[in-house]
Ligand binder design. Structure first.
Ligand SMILES: C[S@@+](CC[C@H](N)C(=O)[O-])C[C@H]1O[C@@H](n2cnc3c(N)ncnc32)[C@H](O)[C@@H]1O
Length: 312
């Protein structure tokens, strides 16, 4: 199933894109939000879309067909341009400052972060994001890996048991982190982890019997934790938020949709800090959640929390 943009009306309300403005979508994916933003910027405006996943960008580019210029490789990231109104960049949003510098853009009027993974990555990437599919244990948002990248398999097969415990406890808030990490260390002595189902088997063995019937799948938290660790998500978000603030014009809006409490806490504290410095005005006193109606159509929106702030 194609990714359905979450809280779309609310994103448009708080990001408030207007004719002639420059808006940055830090997590472009299939452009679900951007597709609704672009018409509001024209004529004269510009959308810059960033995603780490080259495969997702390639899909978008091929849908624009030959209108898209060949990629110009600028340092570490590839930049694609269409008529000067649309710029797509394949990179991590933690490099926002370098990306905008290379585009010779000093400030933007709005920035959107819609964090985490997309439905496309979960269902079709083949990189092991889902515990329901037997796939290699990769879990990177990047589709093309460099020597510096780590995978979920690297963590499971090579990291010390205590480090794995910490990942599961901190990033997954997993109650059974002790048992799961112990059983991971035991299993890999016999055969290394190769696929997601190897991991699911160990989790099933580690969680007490009665708990197997709980509302969420017992593998949910471990998969979330590994994904956060593989992509260094919390550090990337901290850097992305700091840099985006520097790049916002006065009156510029920053909108963030998060999907778990660790991210939401970070966004909340960052916004509070800006408010206390007198630098920003928080637009959402409480985080905005999806309506029952949206959750019915798009269950993924259930855990979404949107926060927005304007720079003074
Ligand atoms: C939830 S999806 C965005 C969906 C999009 N807003 C839409 O409605 O079509 C999140 C996307 O962010 C990308 N992503 C996650 N962390 C990133 C990072 N640090 N830098 C760049 N892209 C990132 C993922 O690859 C994924 O495609």
């Amino acid at each position: 199933m194609a990714h359905i943009p979450v809280l779309l009306d609310e994103v448009i309300k708080y990001l408030d894109p207007k004719k002639g403005e420059t808006i940055l979508d830090a997590t472009l994916d299939g452009g679900g939000h951007s597709g609704a933003i672009i018409p509001r910027l024209l004529p004269g405006g510009k959308l810059i879309g960033i995603d780490q996943d080259r495969q997702l960008l390639d899909k978008l580019i091929s849908s624009f067909s030959r209108q898209m210029r060949d990629p110009a490789v600028a340092g570490q990231f590839s930049i694609f341009k269409k008529d000067g109104n649309l710029i797509l960049v394949n990179d991590n949003f933690r490099n926002l400052d370098k990306i905008l510098k290379s585009l010779k853009i000093k400030f933007v009027d709005g920035i959107l972060f819609d964090l985490g993974m997309s439905s496309e990555q979960l269902e079709n990437s083949g990189r092991g994001f889902s515990f329901l599919r037997d796939e290699p244990l990769i879990m990177t948002y990047k589709s093309e890996l460099g020597p510096e990248d780590i995978t979920a398999g690297d963590i499971l097969n090579k990291w010390p048991e205590e480090e794995i415990f910490k990942v599961l406890k901190e990033y997954g808030e997993e109650r059974y982190a002790g048992r799961i990490s112990r059983n991971i260390a035991k299993r890999r002595k016999e055969i290394p982890f190769a696929t997601t189902f190897d991991l699911v088997e160990v989790i099933k063995k580690s969680v007490p019997h009665g708990k197997k019937r709980q509302r969420i799948n017992p593998a949910t938290r471990t998969f979330q934790a590994l994904r956060i660790a593989v992509n260094d998500e919390l550090n990337a978000l901290a850097e992305g938020l700091e840099k985006s603030w520097e790049l916002l014009n006065r009156g510029g809006r920053l909108v963030v949709i998060s999907f778990h409490s660790l991210e939401d806490r970070m966004v909340k504290n960052f916004f509070k800090e800006k408010k206390n410095e007198g630098a920003g005005n928080i637009l959402t006193k409480k985080p905005i959640s999806a309506s029952e109606q949206e959750i019915k159509i798009n269950p993924r929106s259930r855990s979404a929390k949107l926060r927005a702030i304007v720079k003074l």
